[in-house]
Design a binder for this molecule. Structure first.
Ligand SMILES: Cc1cc2nc3c(=O)[nH]c(=O)nc-3n(C[C@H](O)[C@H](O)[C@H](O)COP(=O)(O)O)c2cc1C
Ligand code: SF4
Length: 473
């Protein structure tokens, strides 16, 4: 470790026989860029491999249905049906290997949708903790699960985990937050049962605890199980942190890691708590993990939500608010963040704008696109930049994000670069977002690129708006 500026987030963590090389985990970012057989494509695999090379300790490949019943929708961005061996066996093994051979623990998120499975009447069996209706469509009924169905689902989670372990995954995450089936059981509003699966927190969490225990029984106590919960539902009428603490207490000692997210995506407005946007403060959900950490004695606690500033991450772990810091978008826009932290290159870190372009693109075509990381989703192309036959002098008009990246890429492969920019600073939009009060005066996201600039002796000159004016070189 060359730099000791971040001793807490760089400290390894051991769970059973698994060593996590630091405390920075890559949170689930499920894509639906799948082959016609619905297995991950080579581009999909390259995206996760690139992340592993960046140095984070663990990489979660996103949601995966544990069985055939109640998948999200025809456009579900999950790798569907983990237990459908013939499609996924080889590709999932390749994916896990691409992550683990680069030093990160490969992990997969196991989930079942329950009462929000589909809004098409009669298409699917909408299983729910209690009788009721689909939250989006009051014409669609869902019915309470029988005890037999609950036990069969526990078994399906454990079979999926066993299957993932067999493909080379070193951990699983059980999704019990954001409004999916297990969360529906945790939540007193959707779980109105009067048997041993409903009522007090112990009963409402019995299903999740049974899933975790069964995974450990089948995969071994040393096989780490992380559970994602919503520490608060963050909406009027939903549960708050007091209930989040009760849920965490039930999971303490069963789950190896309690991952504290926020929100219930099926209630209006909470999406901005689950995926904090540009106008929300950095680490707005850390308070939920910090409160839970005070009550949890045996499990590690992870936090998530709008994090990508290394100093903030270090403070969270140093002050004991959480043991692990997780990032989804922070590692899309800069997969090398952990490596930069460990090699004294923190000034080159590229902070996420929280602009949501990645999420929108994922829903649109299942591929990843980042507003400030042009290599994201194109890792295979970016890994092999074309070698020029002859070196040229390249003129780039405009020092926005695209212009800066084009200039850096051209320079890295040997061309001489002239970049023209009319504004007095590079990437003016990003610089402005860095000054947004909700970002706590944090450095602009363009600072990482400005650092490259400065190290090459380049500067941004304020130049009059003339087509012939140039800066840099
Ligand atoms: C492209 C993308 C895909 C995501 N896919 C999943 C997923 O499959 N499962 C899940 O639980 N959360 C998913 N999330 C949510 C993230 O895991 C995370 O909770 C959320 O983005 C907040 O963290 P962040 O601010 O670090 O991005 C996804 C987020 C993004 C940006
Ligand atoms: S597209 Fe925007 S929100 Fe997504 S990772 Fe890139 S900068 Fe962050």
């Amino acid at each position: 470790m060359e730099s000791c500026k971040y001793p807490n987030i760089l400290k390894p963590l051991r769970i059973g026989n698994t060593v996590f090389r630091n405390r920075m985990f890559s949170a689930p970012t499920g894509l639906y860029d799948l082959t016609p057989d619905r297995a991950p494509t080579d581009d999909y695999i390259a995206y996760y491999e690139r992340k592993a090379k960046g140095g984070c300790a663990s990489i979660n490949i996103g949601e995966c249905n544990i069985d055939n019943e109640g998948v999200g929708s025809p456009n579900s961005y999950e790798i569907p049906n983990l237990s459908e061996h013939k499609f996924n066996k080889e590709a999932l093994g390749k994916l896990a290997n691409a992550i683990s051979r680069n030093g990160a623990v490969a992990t997969i998120e196991l989930q079942k949708t329950g009462r929000i499975a589909s809004d098409t009447p009669g298409q699917m069996k909408l299983l729910s903790p209690s009788d009721g209706f689909h939250p989006y469509d009051s014409r669609v009924k869902c019915r309470a699960m029988t005890e037999e169905e609950i036990l069969a689902t526990v078994d399906a989670y454990a079979s999926a985990a066993e299957y993932a372990k067999g493909r080379g995954f070193g951990m699983v995450m059980v999704h019990a937050g954001h409004g999916w089936l297990l969360h529906q059981f945790h939540c007193p509003k959707s779980n109105r049962r009067t048997d041993k699966w409903g009522g007090n927190p112990e009963n409402r969490c019995r299903f999740t605890v049974a899933v975790v225990d069964e995974i450990h029984r089948r995969c071994g106590r040393n096989f780490p199980v992380e559970v994602r919960i919503s520490g608060s539902e963050a909406f009027e009428g939903g549960y708050g942190i007091e209930e989040g603490v009760e849920i965490a207490k039930q999971l303490d000692g069963h789950a190896d890691i309690i991952h504290v997210s926020c929100g219930n995506l099926f209630s209006p407005g909470t999406d901005y708590h689950t995926h904090p946007g540009i106008f929300q403060e950095e680490g707005m959900n850390v308070k939920y993990a910090a409160e839970i950490k005070k009550h949890v004695k045996q499990s590690y606690v992870a936090t998530i939500g709008g994090l990508s500033d290394l100093d903030v991450l270090e403070e969270i772990v140093a002050s004991g608010k959480a043991d692990i810091v997780e990032m989804a978008r922070g590692l899309i826009c800069d997969p090398d963040l952990p490596r930069k932290a460990s090699s004294g290159r923190e000034k080159e870190a590229r902070k996420c704008l929280r602009c949501f372009k990645c999420v929108g693109q994922d829903y649109q075509d299942g591929r990843l696109f980042c507003a400030i990381n042009p290599a994201s989703g194109k890792e295979r192309e970016a890994a092999r930049p074309p070698r020029p036959l002859s070196l040229k002098k390249v003129l780039i008009a405009g020092g926005g994000v695209a212009g800066m990246e084009a200039a850096i890429t051209a320079r890295e492969i040997g061309h001489e670069v002239i970049l023209c920019e009319r504004a007095p600073s590079w990437a003016a939009f990003c610089a402005a977002s860095g000054r947004c009060p909700s970002r706590s005066g944090s450095e602009s996201t363009s600072s990482g690129r400005n650092t490259c600039w400065r190290s090459w002796g380049w500067r941004c000159a304020s130049i009059p708006p003339s087509p012939r004016s140039c800066a840099g070189s």
